[in-house]
Design a protein around this ligand. Structure first.
Ligand code: FAD
Length: 117
């Protein structure tokens, strides 16, 4: 089958949206199990990401820059940095990671009191 850049980009946007929104909801004070879950998630994500070429590059980035899972801030900052690494390779604008704070909202309201967002 032919490559379809429009569909590939759509998958990318959806995936980044989910990743950054997950980071925005990651616990401020994660347990060891929370941290392990995020590390494992990122490893499996990079292995199973449907665009094989993208997955291969992302696996290389993960080796170089292991997931930061010690806090919500660390995780959100790390994911922003990783996305910027991909942006750089694709010659896209670099996102200011200081603005990540309220940018990703899951829309789930305050149902989860522990996550105060
Ligand atoms: P996207 O990069 O999809 O970003 C969507 C929105 O997120 C932006 O509009 C902006 O508001 C925000 N944003 C931008 N940068 C950041 C940041 N650093 N932190 C937080 N938010 C940000 N495509 C390829 O062609 N080749 C590849 O090798 C490739 N590898 C990929 C690897 C992964 C793991 C993923 C998830 C996607 C990959 N993609 C790849 C897709 C590519 O990254 C883009 O998603 C796609 O090209 C659409 O780009 P876009 O300009 O719409 O913005």
């Amino acid at each position: 089958k032919l490559e379809n850049a429009t569909i590939k980009a759509e998958l990318g946007r959806a995936s980044w949206k989910l990743l950054h929104t997950m980071m925005a909801r990651f616990p401020e004070k994660p347990t060891e199990d929370d941290s392990l879950a995020l590390k494992t998630y990122m490893q499996l994500f990079s292995r199973l990401y449907p665009c094989g070429d993208c997955a291969r590059h992302f696996q290389g980035l993960l080796k170089k820059y292991p997931p930061q899972v010690s806090s919500r801030n660390a995780a959100a900052g790390w994911a922003c940095f990783m996305h910027n690494q991909v942006n750089e390779r694709l010659h896209k604008p670099i996102f200011d990671c200081n603005n990540i704070g309220d940018f990703y909202d899951c829309g789930c309201g305050d149902e989860d009191k522990d996550k105060d967002k």
